[in-house]
Ligand binder design. Structure first.
Ligand code: MGD
Ligand code: MGD
Ligand code: SF4
Ligand code: MO
Length: 725
């Protein structure tokens, strides 16, 4: 029979169309792939995806490029000096397991540090099995990209609602006034606001008579399409927000409504805001009194409004204060847990049930006594933990999907310290600025070859949907998923002694039984749209429903969920957490100390880039040089420097040389360098990126510059001087 099939038919049989989503950023856009002979030949947006409705951005092609990239690692590697040898998986697991265990036995479990990078949260296996592996290290020295990003959101959510993942998102589809502080969704495609096709959402707000207002030290791509933009002095957003709260109370416009019966301590908020008169707020933010009053009036008079803050207000010295105040504003104006305001998604895989609610200061870091935040330490403390001798010093490091040398403050020093470690292992797909320091690199297969269900970003989406992504192509024999790698390492760390090995063996068997598909199936069945939910039985979610609906399933617009989803034992929202109230006093002290003459250094993102690791995709690297220093013409004139000059940027911890781009799209007194560049380190294997190295902004940012409450990196308060070279 088989002999009879013609070659042409066989070729036809190898063609297929498959549907999935992109996991590169938080927008999780639906994709349609055309696959021939197990190779993606083309891809486009899936117009039937209920969330993204056909939208994609240029980065989507990056999935194909990364998959085919000859520089992407496919086999485990062992370093010998500056040379690398390919080794078998067995050897990689054995060597890593043995080295970590030895360190743990000799110096204690805290002698091992783990750093988990951003792509972990975009990866199902890493989300499901990474925590188990981390636990098997038994170390408190856990770090992640969260503390250079969104940990203030998590901490505030924990303090106010009792769960670190209770982070409200703007109800973009129904709001009529969208106030954005420190976010640039036109470049980032939205963050903690999964909103593919932000541009058309924004246009729809305007079409229905609404407004988009941006507060940012730069006239960003989002400001370009907004109705209003206001420059703010970096790091002063908390003052601005307190000014709005002051006006809301002073003019008797508190509309807390239904939330009143389950909120407490509002009087503390009122008392705290009394000092923030318009004059004071204007002087400290650089926004005029009239403009602040105008924003306030629009905020309270629009039929619905929502205030939203992202990276720019997280990675600053008052990141936690800012996110608390943003929630408070949405609550006070009656725009919380209500259509058109700030709302909570209800994901089909109810991630809240599977994650720790969070915590604060349950233990402290060894050297600086920094409080633990939701189970980890600020990555800004990693350098002191590695460099300070004594009991518990970090001597071994595991990095998983992270590039802290480029992405965390004082990255150069961190990279240098990696050279002194007794052992380092990286689970990563590239030999880059961080992994070049590892002894062993273990590369998992990449996205197109894996099953995916987005556990995290459905929880931040502007519409409830569910989707299972099947591998677009079959993975090569011997390739390992992240789950395979974590399981093998965990087994090697846990076994030992007769009883220990028996226990570890059973744990291993349980892990093998709990495949991602099984976990998803049961979680959906027991989740909010599962068999216990009210309504039509035929519509109840399980794995089969997802398999039958490859474009995804629409679960409708966001719905009010409070007080049902308050996780605090009192079942009340804490409007004024003590630690945050106290932090307002620190703000006053900082303001009283005044400002220096130096320039503020801020970052920026570009649509065709993704943190530090997509500069190896040649089609995304086309066009003019992107890693430049933006400076206002007035600041350039004062320093006698001009467009295209090479300039030296100096901060308290380092200096970089970079080409100058003069533009009036940045505030006077502020300069900007995009983050994620600096591919000029010896021994990396990313040929396209090496041809466009740029410089690393994190060779200028200080690891000690942090939000005192959450420990988050305070990038926006980096001060620099710039001179001609
Ligand atoms: N100054 C400044 N610094 C910043 C920022 C800023 O705005 N300014 N932004 C911060 C933010 S928001 C973030 S999230 C962090 C990011 O910080 P990190 O997560 O540490 O850095 P990334 O550049 O995202 O590096 C991702 C790493 O994961 C690898 N990788 C990619 N996909 C996979 C995969 O599927 N599996 C595995 N195992 N590895 C994979 C890549 O090769 C790369 O090494 O940077 C932060 N740093
Ligand atoms: N294309 C692309 N998309 C991405 C990424 C990427 O690297 N490239 N990274 C992804 C990741 S990991 C994240 S976390 C998100 C981030 O998503 P966003 O937060 O939307 O992106 P950013 O461009 O970092 O926006 C931060 C804004 O804050 C401003 N800013 C800086 N300091 C201050 C300040 O003190 N006050 C105020 N009000 N504004 C300030 C900056 O000028 C900038 O416009 O993007 C994600 N999406
Ligand atoms: S916006 Fe671009 S990078 Fe983000 S998920 Fe969509 S296609 Fe991927
Ligand atoms: Mo991020």
């Amino acid at each position: 029979m088989f002999e009879g099939v013609s070659l042409a038919t066989r070729k036809v049989m190898k063609k297929k169309t498959s549907f999935g989503s992109c996991n590169l950023c938080e927008a999780i856009c639906g994709l349609e792939y055309h696959v021939e002979n197990n190779k993606v030949v083309s891809l486009k947006g899936d117009s039937l995806d209920p969330l993204s409705r056909g939208h994609i951005c240029p980065k989507a092609y990056g999935l194909k490029d990364i998959h085919e990239d000859p520089d992407r690692l496919r086999r485990p590697m062992k370093r010998k000096g500056s040379e690398w040898d390919e080794i078998s998986w067995e050897e990689a697991f054995d060597r890593t397991g043995h080295a970590l265990k030895k360190l743990s036995q000799k110096y204690g479990p805290n002698s091992i540090g783990i750093y988990r990078g951003n792509p972990n949260v975009h990866n199902l296996d890493a989300m499901l099995f990474g925590t188990g592996f981390t636990k098997s290290l038994r170390t408190r020295n856990r770090f992640s990209a969260s503390t250079v990003d969104q940990i203030p959101h998590q901490l505030v959510a924990y303090f106010m609602f009792g769960h670190q993942l209770m982070i409200p998102v703007p109800d973009l589809s129904r709001t009529s006034y969208f106030l954005i502080l420190g976010g640039n969704p036109m470049a980032s495609n939205g963050s903690l606001m999964t909103s593919p096709d932000f541009y058309n959402h924004a246009k729809a707000i305007q079409a229905r008579g609404g407004k988009i207002v941006v507060i940012d030290p730069r006239i960003t791509e989002t400001a370009d399409i907004a109705d209003e933009h206001y420059f703010i002095r970096p790091g002063r957003d908390a003052v601005f927000l307190l000014g709005l709260i002051h006006l809301i109370f002073k003019e008797g416009n508190v509309k807390i409504g239904r939330l009143k019966s389950f909120s407490k301590r509002i009087e503390k908020v009122e008392r705290m805001s009394r000092d923030y008169e318009l004059d004071f707020v204007s002087k400290n933010t650089g926004i005029s009194k009239e403009e602040i009053y105008h924003i306030y009036k629009d905020l309270i008079n629009s039929p619905t409004s929502v205030c939203y803050g992202r990276m720019g207000v997280s990675t600053q010295a008052f990141g936690s204060l800012c996110h608390w105040l943003i929630n408070v504003i949405n609550i006070l104006t009656g725009n919380f847990d209500k259509d058109g305001g700030a709302m909570f998604p209800l994901p089909a895989f109810d991630i809240h049930k599977f994650t720790s609610p969070g915590g604060y200061n349950r233990w402290q870091s060894r050297v600086e006594l920094a409080p633990e935040v939701c189970g980890e330490f600020p990555v800004g403390t990693l350098i002191t933990e590695m460099s300070t001798m004594g009991n518990g010093q970090i001597r071994g490091l595991v990095t998983t999907a992270g590039n802290p040398v480029l992405s965390t403050p004082n990255g150069k020093t961190l990279g240098d310290l990696m050279g002194n470690l007794d052992f380092m292992a990286s689970i990563d797909i590239y030999l880059n600025e961080t992994t070049r320091n590892a002894n062993i690199i273990m590369p998992p297969c990449h996205f197109l070859e894996t099953t995916h269900y987005d556990l995290i970003f459905h929880n931040f989406a502007i519409r409830d949907t569910a989707k299972l992504v099947r591998p677009a192509i079959k993975r090569k024999k011997g390739a390992k998923t992240e789950g395979n790698i974590y399981h093998e390492l965990q087994w090697r760390l846990e076994k030992g002694g007769f009883l220990g090995t028996i226990k570890a063996f059973y744990r291993k068997k349980i892990r093998e039984f709990l495949t991602p598909r099984r976990i998803i199936d049961w979680s959906l069945r027991f989740g909010p749209y599962g068999f216990l939910a009210k309504g039509d039985r035929k519509k109840k979610l399980n794995l089969k429903k997802l398999l039958d609906n490859p474009h995804g399933i629409d679960l409708g617009p966001l719905k009010p969920l409070l007080p049902g989803r308050i996780f605090r034992s009192s079942k009340k929202i804490n409007l004024a957490p003590f630690i945050l109230l106290k932090d307002e006093k620190r703000l006053k002290k900082v303001l009283a100390a005044g400002d220096s003459e130096e320039l503020y250094l801020i970052g920026r993102r570009h649509l065709r880039s993704n943190n530090s690791w997509m500069h190896n995709c040649s089609r995304l690297m086309k066009g003019k040089e992107r890693c430049t220093l933006l400076m206002h013409p007035e600041d350039a004139r004062r320093r006698d420097i001009k467009q295209g000059d090479m300039v030296r940027v100096t901060s308290s911890i380092g200096e970089v040389d970079i080409s100058l781009e003069v533009t009036d799209k940045i505030q006077v007194g502020v300069v900007s360098i995009p983050h994620g560049w600096g591919h000029n380190k010896k021994g990396i294997r990313m040929r396209t990126a090496e041809n466009h190295p740029g410089v690393s902004i994190n060779d200028l940012t200080d690891d000690k510059n942090r939000d005192e409450v959450s420990g988050n990196a305070s990038f926006s308060t980096t001060r620099v001087e710039v001179r001609s070279i």
